[in-house]
Ligand binder design. Structure first.
Ligand code: UDX
Length: 475
């Protein structure tokens, strides 16, 4: 059953403050909890990592996500959001419990669902009243059924109703608050009318775009209302994996075409721009470069392939997308070698460490893999990122971190752009060039324009576009 927003009439359209518990305060859980409090609910967030809760209670925010600190502070001040160090204590008070714990990849690519199982046991043993248990974490299809089974196996108090729903998130890091408050669709996988109704009440302010919008100076922007999609639990779980895997497929497709454009002397930007004008294709996720990273796309793709294999369905198309993505670093490294000839002992500046701009997240970041590779080959790496240096330091100790792009580039023989932070576009490139030993820019994200870099006096290489190569002159 699929129902568009506004198509379904629920009685009692008044504002309702609901009691919600959010288990897990990673990117998804913290954004979900803070935004649910922002739209008027009474929310408690918990995590078994005590240090995260201590940071939050002290007024800090353990992750960088634009706008999040502001809404957390406001909701806490207005007593709509609190943090709780003991997960079990957060269960009894919530009528709805969002599970937002991690589902990291196992060595074989499957999603590790042990944290979900753990939460199921805890909810089942601590619940003293009816609860709607909502899986928000990305999970393979049929997890909802296993969750339901686990809740009934471990239930301590017979007669306490524990219902299960799936409500996948589509939050992009860097714009997660905006994505939560102004989504294009809200998908709920439910088994009964009362779960559907409860979820509608939770999301009513978002669906009707009636809240004091923190992102757009109090008023929600004009635009189409979010779509309200009611499905089975299995379908909701599948929608999430199918969406993320499709995005991965699109990125790998653009990268594959970029490699061919390079061989043919075509320009990938011209090609994808024209492709994206076709509404059946759309312009986003066609940027060629170092490939996709982060904690969602790579692991979701792997888990989706594993799920399909277990079901006996041929997903080799997605395997190919994964393979293309893995080879992006090799492809880029060929460019580095071609330009530098010998990499050993050369000072190389890397701009960008996060897996994409507007985040400090370095998990599965292509930039990090690239730096490992540069260091293996003996390069002296200097790096700068506007937000991600602290997180990178913890996993990449051998790098010299700089406090600006200018100091990172000074004295280097090559400058690599590994994350497409918009501010790198507007650097004073004359100043960068003046500080470098050799004016060589290797743009792994196609952020800059070859023509402009030529006129600024740089040698310049990117993906699927013409190189700007210096004439070699021997006196
Ligand atoms: C993703 C999904 O978009 C979101 O809906 C989901 O809920 C969580 O996972 P996120 O991980 O924040 O969000 O990153 P996303 O914006 O999807 O980008 C993923 C990766 O693809 C990044 O490394 C990005 O640099 C790369 N990418 C994206 C490209 O290489 N080219 C593109 O054209 C677009």
């Amino acid at each position: 059953m699929i129902v568009a927003a506004g198509g379904k009439q629920y009685d009692g359209g008044e504002e309702t403050r609901l009691r919600i518990s959010v288990i897990g305060t990673g990117y998804v859980g913290l954004v979900t909890g803070a935004c649910l409090a922002e739209i008027g609910h009474e929310v408690v967030c918990t995590d078994n990592d005590g240090s995260k809760i201590r940071t939050l209670e002290a007024g800090g925010v353990p992750i960088y996500e634009p706008g999040l600190d502001k809404i957390i502070a406001r909701a806490r001040k207005e007593n709509r959001l609190r943090f709780c160090a003991k997960p079990a204590d957060a269960v009894p008070g919530g009528d709805a419990i969002f599970i937002c714990v991690g589902t990291p990849p196992l060595p074989n690519g499957d999603a590790d669902l042990s944290a979900i199982d753990h939460v199921a046991r805890m909810v089942a043993s601590e619940a003293t009243s009816a609860k709607l248990v909502i899986e928000k974490s990305t999970v393979p299809a049929r997890t909802g059924h296993e969750l339901k089974r686990a809740l009934s196996v471990y239930a301590r108090r017979p007669g306490v109703s524990l219902r299960v729903a799936s409500n996948p998130e589509f939050l992009r890091e860097g714009t997660a608050v905006e994505d939560f408050l102004h989504p294009d669709r809200i998908v709920v996988g439910v088994e009964d009318e009362s779960s559907e109704r409860q979820l509608y009440d939770i999301y009513r302010p978002v669906l009707e775009q009636k809240f004091n919008c923190p992102v757009h100076a109090g008023t929600c922007p004009d635009g189409p209302a979010p779509k309200w999609l009611v499905t089975t639990i299995n379908s909701a779980e599948l929608i999430k994996h199918a969406s993320n895997s499709f995005l991965a497929l699109k990125v790998s497709y653009a990268n594959m075409v970029a490699d061919l454009a390079e061989k043919l002397g075509a320009d990938i930007d011209e090609v994808t721009r024209a492709m994206g004008m076709d509404p059946r294709i759309g312009p986003s996720f066609l940027n060629a470069g170092l490939g996709f990273g982060g904690f969602c796309l790579p692991k979701d793709l792997q888990a989706f392939v594993r799920l399909a294999e277990r079901c006996g369905v041929d997903f080799s198309m997605l395997r190919a997308a994964e393979k293309i993505n893995k080879h992006r670093i090799d492809r880029f490294f060929d460019k580095i070698r071609e330009a530098l000839w010998v990499v050993r002992d050369k000072p190389v500046c890397v701009l960008g460490l996060a897996f994409k701009p507007h985040t400090d997240d370095v998990r599965f970041a292509p930039a990090i893999d690239l730096i490992h590779r540069l260091m293996e080959e003996g390069a002296q790496v200097r790096a700068y990122d506007p937000q991600a240096m602290e997180k990178a330091r913890a996993i990449l100790p051998g790098v010299e971190y700089s406090d600006s792009a200018y100091s990172a580039a000074k004295g280097c023989e090559a400058l690599v752009i590994a994350t497409e932070w918009p501010e790198f576009r507007s650097l004073d490139w004359e100043r960068i060039r003046a500080g470098m030993v050799r004016p060589l820019v290797l743009d792994a994200r196609n952020l800059l324009s070859p023509g402009e870099m030529r006129s600024r006096g740089f040698e310049y290489r990117s993906f699927g576009r013409p190189d700007v190569v210096a004439e070699t002159q021997i006196a």
